[in-house]
Ligand binder design. Structure first.
Ligand code: ADP
Ligand code: ADP
Length: 231
C-alpha cells in the first residue's frame, strides 16, 4: 500500500517558485490500477516521480509499504526504489548500442543480482512480453510497440510491486497503444499495482480508479467525467 499525506513540491529557480504539487492526499491499495490524467504542466510527472522515489518533496508524509520515506537517506531510497518500483516512460529509454538481453540486464547488474538469476529473469520477462526469440536484436530493429514491450520486460525483470508508467503509449499508434495497454493490464491482474499517466481517455477508462491533477492538486474523478478537458 502507498499513502501520501499533504505532499507538496516546490521547484525553485532564481526568479520563480513553481508549486508543482500542493497538499496531495492519496491512498493506493495493493493491486490497484490507477490512471492519472490532467493538462500539461499540472504536475503529473512530478507526482509519478515522487511516487517512484525519483524526487523528494518538502512537505508532507509518504508511506510506501509501511515505510515512511520522508526520513530516508538517498542510499536507502535508491535501494527501496530498485526493490519495489518499475518505471516505464513514453520514450522507452532503451540503450541503442545494447541488444534486448543486455538492455534488460543492466539494472539487474546494478542491483547485484547474480548471473544465473539474471538470465532466468531476462528470459522469463522477454517471454512474457512476447519477444522471447528476439533477445539478440537491437532496439532499432523493433517497432515502437515492441520497444515499449522491451521496456516493460526490463521493468518486470526487477520484480516490482509498483509499476509506474508515464504516458507509456504516447509515442505509439492506436493499435500498438492498445496492445501495450493489454499487456500492462495483464501484469496488473497478476497483482502488480499499476499507476499510469495518460492523455488518452479511452485508456484511462480501463483503470479501476481515475485521478485527475489540476494545478498540482489531486482528486478522484468519475469515469463519466473523463472528457477532453483532461487534454
Ligand atoms: P510529461 O511531462 O509527463 O512528459 P507533458 O504533459 O509535459 O507530459 O506532455 C509531454 C509531451 O506531450 C509534451 O511535448 C506535450 O506538448 C505533449 N502533449 C501534451 N498534451 C498532449 C495531448 N493531449 N496529446 C498529445 N500530446 C500532448
Ligand atoms: P505534467 O507532467 O503534468 O506536464 P510536471 O510535473 O512535469 O507536469 O510539471 C509541473 C510543474 O512543475 C510545471 O509548471 C513545470 O514547469 C514545473 N517543473 C517540473 N519540473 C521542474 C524542474 N525540474 N524545475 C522547475 N520547474 C519544474
Amino acid at each position: 500500500m502507498l499513502k501520501m499525506n499533504n505532499i507538496s513540491k516546490i521547484y525553485r529557480t532564481d526568479l520563480v517558485e513553481t508549486h508543482a504539487l500542493s497538499g496531495v492526499n492519496l491512498t493506493v491499495d495493493e493491486g490497484e490500477f490507477i490512471a492519472v490524467t490532467g493538462p500539461s504542466g499540472s504536475g503529473k510527472t512530478t507526482f509519478l516521480n515522487i511516487t517512484g522515489l525519483l524526487e523528494t518533496f518538502e512537505e508532507g508524509e509518504y508511506i510506501l509499504d509501511g515505510e515512511d520515506v520522508s526520513q530516508l537517506s538517498d542510499k536507502h531510497l535508491s535501494r527501496l526504489r530498485n526493490e519495489k518500483i518499475g518505471f516505464i516512460f513514453q520514450g522507452f529509454n532503451l540503450i541503442a548500442d545494447l541488444n534486448l538481453y543486455d538492455n534488460i540486464e543492466v539494472p539487474l547488474i546494478f542491483r547485484g543480482i547474480n548471473q544465473k538469476e539474471r538470465k532466468q529473469r531476462i528470459e522469463e520477462s522477454l517471454e512474457l512480453v512476447g519477444l522471447g526469440s528476439r533477445a539478440n536484436h537491437y532496439p532499432a530493429q523493433l517497432s515502437g510497440g515492441q520497444q515499449q514491450r522491451v521496456a516493460i520486460a526490463r521493468a518486470l525483470a526487477g520484480k516490482p510491486r509498483f509499476l509506474l508508467a508515464d504516458e507509456p503509449t504516447g509515442n505509439l499508434d492506436t493499435m500498438m497503444a492498445r496492445q501495450v495497454m493489454e499487456l500492462l493490464q495483464d501484469i496488473n491482474r497478476q497483482g502488480t499495482t499499476l499507476i499510469m499517466v495518460t492523455h488518452d481517455n479511452e485508456l484511462a477508462q480501463r483503470a479501476h480508479r481515475n485521478i485527475q491533477i489540476l494545478d498540482g492538486q489531486v482528486s478522484d474523478i468519475a469515469k463519466s467525467q473523463l472528457t477532453d478537458l483532461a487534454v
